[in-house]
Design a protein around this ligand. Structure first.
Ligand SMILES: Nc1ncnc2c1ncn2[C@@H]1O[C@H](COP(=O)(O)OP(=O)(O)OP(=O)(O)O)[C@@H](O)[C@H]1O
Ligand SMILES: [Mg+2]
Length: 507
């Protein structure tokens, strides 16, 4: 055993929110140097448990021990003093966009160092920040403004800031959800190094189960506010085993494709450009009943394309035709009026009203449906619609009156998807609709999309998850560097072929 080995023990941890027993006598143990995965369905209690550990859920009951000594973790400061750091999934909220990388990394010591002193020694700050980045082999210029960084780089800055002080336990809540394959590899390299060289204990939350096998040694499974299993991650454990533990039932992770009758062309786009080089000369068409994939790695331009078609980004050039007639979509409002719906990728920012209740969000995209002949909204219709969707998508909430901000991350995503799926549109665009949702919910979302196709809607499904594209689409375009590089028929292609084009391969 190494000298600075340290154990962490959470015993009988419970926490209750109005109407929800979020944690129910949870026991959780790990040691420094270990990389442990925490998995579970949306709303299982993963984030809540980790917030307790990080001092951000002060009302917990139960006991926390570090090296057998009892501690009260009722404030983030108390947790930080013990070397416990949490990197939240919404990295943007934890950073100061207009400060530099160096200032963000050194922020805590700038603030404490200022007490009683008027001078900030920038050169020293930048040097210290540079040293930390170098130790972690991160290649980021400390003088750059935070706002100019990619999401992956921002996350690395947060990790650098977390490990700057004596960090013994680092919690990463769904760190890989927004990252590309290369960025995930880089993150894993850093995480492994922190564990092996600096003896940091890493707690890793993710819904992408296969990736856990690349870095985790152990695994804790949560279900309905409880820990239901602890396992060693080795070759005897399979993804299927984990899913069974998570959902409490076996689950076939292939989605039977139900073909819908294909009709006339609904939407047709020619030579679309956004003027910023993110969408370059894109042409495509989608027929009624068709689910068309746009597959590309993170950053290929899928989001920009969706936003362009939805009127949220400015159109540089090109034409869009709806059932043969040219249309111009200059704002999201005009898109909705022209029966175009978008489930955006950044759902917390663009997709839901977090301070409003679930039922309100679920009807916000189609209020007309719930109005009586005097144009008053009939609340009972709204509530009935919301209850149905909560059931269809398995949204975990104590009631449809709960405010969305109190739902777990994945359940907030389901609300955002559900909201648009009930809108009365003809064209549905979904941008990474399964990001952050558990495997069971993924299937529910797929079923809803297929029922849209069956009703004769045109669906554009943008994703970097090739297996999803293969499972649900009829036809697909591969996007690379802002362009559609090829068009493929789903049942005739393979993962390898898509990856070839998605990484820059040409015909
Ligand atoms: N502040 C809060 N007020 C009310 N309920 C809450 C609050 N925070 C969490 N909950 C509820 O506690 C339960 C557990 O939520 P938690 O965020 O821990 O889930 P999770 O396992 O992280 O899920 P996901 O995979 O979707 O992120 C959920 O039912 C959630 O709605
Ligand atoms: Mg969570």
């Amino acid at each position: 055993m190494s000298e600075n080995m340290c154990t962490l023990e959470m015993k009988d941890i419970s926490i209750e929110f109005p109407g929800v027993k979020a944690l129910n006598n949870v026991n959780f143990t790990m040691r420094s140097g270990e990389i442990r995965a925490v998995v579970g369905a949306n709303g299982a209690g993963k984030s809540t448990l980790m917030k307790v550990l990080a001092g951000a859920n002060e009302t917990y009951t139960g006991d926390i021990f570090i090296d057998s000594q009892h501690y009260e973790l009722r404030t983030p400061r108390a947790a930080k003093d013990l070397g416990i750091e949490l990197v939240y999934q919404e990295v943007d909220t934890a950073l100061f966009p207009y400060l530099t990388v160096g200032e963000n990394i050194m922020f805590n010591s700038i603030v404490t160092g200022m007490k009683g002193r008027a001078m900030i020694r920038w050169r020293k700050i930048n040097k210290s920040a540079r040293d930390i980045l170098r130790q972690l082999n991160m290649d980021i210029d400390v003088t750059r403004k935070m706002s100019s960084l990619t999401l992956a780089q921002k996350q690395m800055v947060l990790i650098a800031r977390a490990v700057r002080e004596q960090c013994r336990f680092l919690i990463l809540d769904e760190p890989t959800a927004p990252l590309s394959l290369g960025e995930v590899a880089e993150l894993f390299r850093i995480v492994k190094e922190l564990a092996s060289k600096k003896n940091v204990g890493i707690i890793f939350i993710s819904h992408r189960l296969p990736e856990l096998f690349q870095i985790c040694q152990s695994l804790t499974v949560m279900k309905d506010g409880q820990v239901v299993a602890n396992r060693t991650v080795d070759s005897s454990l399979t993804v299927q085993d984990i899913v069974n533990l998570m959902l409490g039932r076996s689950f076939e992770e292939n989605f039977p494709k139900i073909p819908a009758p294909i009709g006339d062309v609904v939407i047709e786009a020619e030579h679309l450009m956004d003027g910023e080089g993110k969408v370059r000369d894109v042409s495509f068409s989608i027929r009624s009943g068709e689910i068309v994939g746009v597959c590309g790695l993170v950053g290929a331009g899928k989001t920009e394309l969706c936003k362009l078609l939805f009127g949220a980004n400015r159109m540089g050039a090109g034409t869009v035709r709806y059932k043969g007639k040219p249309i111009s979509v200059h704002s999201p409002t005009s898109a909705v009026r022209q029966k175009i719906a978008l489930v955006p990728e950044e759902r917390r920012k663009e997709g839901v009203l977090v301070s409003e209740p679930v039922y309100f969000n679920l009807s916000a995209a189609c209020l007309g449906k719930f109005a009586n002949r005097f144009s008053f909204i009939v609340r009972s219709l709204e509530i009935a619609n919301a209850k149905k969707l909560v059931g269809d998508l398995g949204i975990k909430t104590p009631s449809v009156y709960q405010r969305v901000k109190y739902l777990s991350g994945g359940n907030q995503q389901k609300v955002a998807v559900g909201k648009w799926l009930t809108s009365d549109s003809d064209i549905y665009m979904l941008d990474e609709p399964t990001k952050g949702v558990d495997v069971g919910a993924k299937r529910d979302i797929f079923q809803l999309i297929q029922s849209l196709a069956k009703q004769g809607k045109a669906v554009l499904y943008a994703s970097s998850e090739i297996n999803e594209i293969l499972a649900i689409t009829d036809r697909l375009y591969v996007m690379y560097n802002g362009e559609f590089v090829t068009e493929l028929e789903t049942h005739k292609t393979t993962e390898e072929e898509i990856l070839y084009y998605a990484t820059g391969g040409r015909k």
